[in-house]
Design a protein around this ligand. Sequence first.
Ligand SMILES: Cc1cc2nc3c(=O)[nH]c(=O)nc-3n(C[C@H](O)[C@H](O)[C@H](O)COP(=O)(O)O)c2cc1C
Length: 328
Amino acid sequence: MANLTTTYLGLQLKNPIIAASSGLTENLKSIKELEKNGAAAIVLKSIFEEEITHEYEALAKEADNLGYNAEHMDYFDYQIREKNITRYTQLIKEAKAEVDIPIIASINCFSTHEWEYFAKNCEKAGADALELNISISPSDTELESNFAEKKHLAIIEKIKNNINIPLSIKISPYFSNLATVIQKISKSGIDGLVLFNRFFSPDFDIDKLEINSSFILSNPDEIALSLRWVSIMSKKVDCDLAASTGIHDGEGVIKQILAGANAVQLASALYKNGTTIITDMLKMLEEWMDKKGFDNLEQYRGLLSQAASSDPAMDDRVQFMKYFSGKF
Ligand SMILES: Cc1cc2nc3c(=O)[nH]c(=O)nc-3n(C[C@H](O)[C@H](O)[C@H](O)COP(=O)(O)O)c2cc1C
């Protein structure tokens, strides 16, 4: 029987399937269910700095009516932050006590100070690793094209100097030179990169003339983007790679390993099919490996990565020409 173990962020995983940060990883019941159905690690739902800021701002609006002065508000700022971080670190502690698989904490902040504060607390609570979800929207026309890159590197430097657990960064694909940025970030001392985060994309209701949010979950076609970039970058980075976005079945897992991923992260597939889909994916992975005669993941990791090709740039061009010159 094939050996499915892999290493990711220096952690030994029993297989390459990780439950991505989502609403399914924010309570103990579903974390236990994910473990039961085969997940090899859990990335907890992110703690968002905005949750704290919004709560504080709501209180600040009422401050005059309630007779609070600046000193009171400082105190409430502290209390709100402590309450939220305590709730999050409690989840880390409970998950660590109840499941045997690695627990990766996830944080999403915008101010540099809060990243450090949250990270230190997650480490103290016993998280096995930390994933930073640095989502800088590429829609601000006032920002220089390398703003996001600089910001990522500045945040990483601060956090790396403050924690001792492994660190991964989940990035978006929206950089002006993605390959260069991925490589630079991979060399910044981090342990892993997650390709990619998925931004909220609005949809329009043409009857009500309203904006809605019907694209929350990915579909299997969306694997194209992460597969392409894992394949391009897997032999050019100095850290592990986890593929995220559009992995919905066992075939998706196999493809990402062939591209060079150490692990994959699932969110939408779990929402659409239930967490038992992990068991089905693992079964398929095992059967495929047995059929192909692969005993372990290392035997085929990166086999179809771009670096495995003798002339990657030309291959890209030939595929493009074959397709668009109508010969396919
Ligand atoms: C309902 C929902 C909630 C999510 N919450 C978070 C989150 O808190 N932090 C995070 O980094 N990613 C979050 N994500 C993004 C996922 O972790 C994942 O990167 C993205 O959905 C792409 O993977 P998928 O195609 O398997 O869904 C969320 C996704 C969904 C669908």
